[in-house]
Design a binder for this molecule. Structure first.
Ligand code: FES
Ligand code: FES
Length: 167
């Protein structure tokens, strides 16, 4: 029997040590906000925090966690950086289908926690492992900057007129 600290609560779980944390969170504990995407640490949909660091829960054996604190999307809004990121996500209206967004928010909150005013390069490095099939990357970047600076970035939309309509 393992004991996991998840979102400030202790959960006894009777599972094999090599079961990925994602399965335990979703199927045993019932926290389904964290998503399964690829299952091989390539998409970031399953990102949670372990002692504040973003990790891919789909490939993290639950037996390796010990007494480290796990934070999921259900509780990241209780942290200062998570609260700022979630508010910015709403202000910038980041989400499309939403499937990748738990992971995006978890990676962004961890970035803001360790780098309060991230550069474009910092954002690229922190977010490059989180894939969005809907292509919300421009709004994700704007939301992270807003969370860091409190300023809403103007999003540029490039509209191409058909060739014949330009004269
Ligand atoms: S489901 Fe874990 S990285 Fe894709
Ligand atoms: S919002 Fe649809 S996959 Fe990212």
């Amino acid at each position: 029997m393992l004991s996991l600290s998840v979102n400030g609560q202790s959960y006894p779980v009777d599972v094999p040590d090599d079961m990925p944390l994602l399965w335990v969170l979703r199927d045993v504990i019932g926290l389904t906000g964290t998503k399964f995407g690829c299952g091989i640490a390539q998409c970031g949909a399953c990102t949670v925090h372990l002692d504040g660091q973003p990790v891919r829960s789909c490939v993290l054996p639950v037996g390796s966690i010990g007494n480290k604190a796990i934070t999921t999307i259900e509780a990241v809004g209780n942290t200062p950086s998570g609260q700022k990121i979630q508010q910015a996500w709403l202000d910038v209206d980041v989400v499309q289908c939403g499937y990748c967004q738990s992971g995006q928010i978890m990676s962004a909150a961890a970035l803001l926690q360790r780098t309060p005013n991230p550069s474009d390069a910092d954002i690229d490095a922190a977010m490059s492992g989180n894939i969005c099939r809907c292509g919300t990357y421009v709004r994700i970047r704007a939301a992270i900057k807003q969370a860091a600076t409190g300023k809403l970035e103007i999003l540029q939309t490039i509209v191409s007129a058909p060739e014949g309509a330009r004269s």
